[in-house]
Design a binder for this molecule. Structure first.
Ligand SMILES: [Zn+2]
Length: 270
């Protein structure tokens, strides 16, 4: 279920950005993420539970997105995400090496903020390109057949962003080599058996997303996630959370039955 839904959403982003490029009209990453979360909610139908919360703009300066996954194992996995959209001409990710007013790089802040909350830092890139523009790409998914549309939403590791940082380069041709389709983190076979946090954690470890600082599967989510789950009303407490950069928190709990639908054939399926 999560597999179909996440693929459909990546494909939707691809189409939306193609339309935007055709009409020379910019769509920001926040708008894309808003729709992505809405579509994930709409498609849940009992296969998973999803709750998402955005903090008032006046309380935050950054736009980080945390995703917290859990499932039948009772374990939790947190992702601390920076979303970036491809430039309107489809040539680069202009904000990839964003430098803050105080001279620090956003990527370094992302890594240290993720560490504070026990989450894994990573990038989510929203893209559309015409076939030759990304150069020759090796399809990084072994479970599903190649489709450029599935790169509409993709992950990129902070390790790969850090590696490009000294050069300041952010071209599609360079970045595209580092991308993993969105769905791979949720459902690709060959990484691990088990529930959503277990599979996602295996994907991160085996695809170069681990950082020295980041812990992965944990027994308890952060307090604000627990609060979100407890009651709608106490979500207001999130407003007082001392994290200037955290704009959105999304919790995804996979239903028990979902897991049994995913059988892992062999490591070759990777
Ligand atoms: Zn995959």
């Amino acid at each position: 279920m999560l597999c179909q839904v996440t693929q459909k959403q990546a494909s939707w982003v691809w189409t939306a950005l193609r339309t935007a490029r055709l009409h020379e009209s910019k769509i920001g990453e926040e708008s894309i993420t808003d729709f992505l979360v809405l579509q994930l909610k709409k498609a849940a139908k009992g296969a998973y539970y999803i709750e998402s919360f955005t903090r008032p703009k006046e309380k935050v300066t950054g736009a980080d997105w945390e995703l917290w996954f859990t499932g039948s194992s009772g374990k939790w996995l947190g992702l601390r995400v920076q979303a970036k959209v491809i430039s309107i001409d489809g040539t680069r990710y202009a904000q990839l090496h964003y430098k803050r007013k105080d001279g620090t790089f956003q990527v370094d802040q992302l890594v240290s903020d993720a560490k504070k909350h026990g989450a894994v830092p990573l990038y989510c890139l929203y893209s559309y390109w015409k076939a030759p523009e990304a150069g020759k790409l090796t399809w990084p998914c072994g479970t599903f057949k190649k489709s450029s549309r599935l790169f509409g939403a993709s992950w990129m590791s902070v390790n790969d962003v850090q590696a490009l940082k000294p050069t300041g380069l952010d071209s599609l041709k360079l970045v595209a080599k580092s991308l993993h389709p969105f769905h791979c983190l949720f459902c690709c076979q060959g990484y691990a058996n088990g529930d959503l946090p277990t599979r996602a954690s295996a994907f991160l470890n085996m695809s170069g997303y681990s950082t020295e600082e980041s812990s992965q599967l944990v027994d308890e989510p952060p307090y604000y996630v627990a609060q979100m789950l407890r009651s709608q009303a106490v979500r207001e407490d999130l407003i007082d959370m001392p994290d200037q950069n955290l704009y959105r928190v999304t919790v995804l709990r996979e239903a028990d039955s979902e897991e049994s639908n995913l059988s892992v054939d062999s490591a070759a399926a990777r």
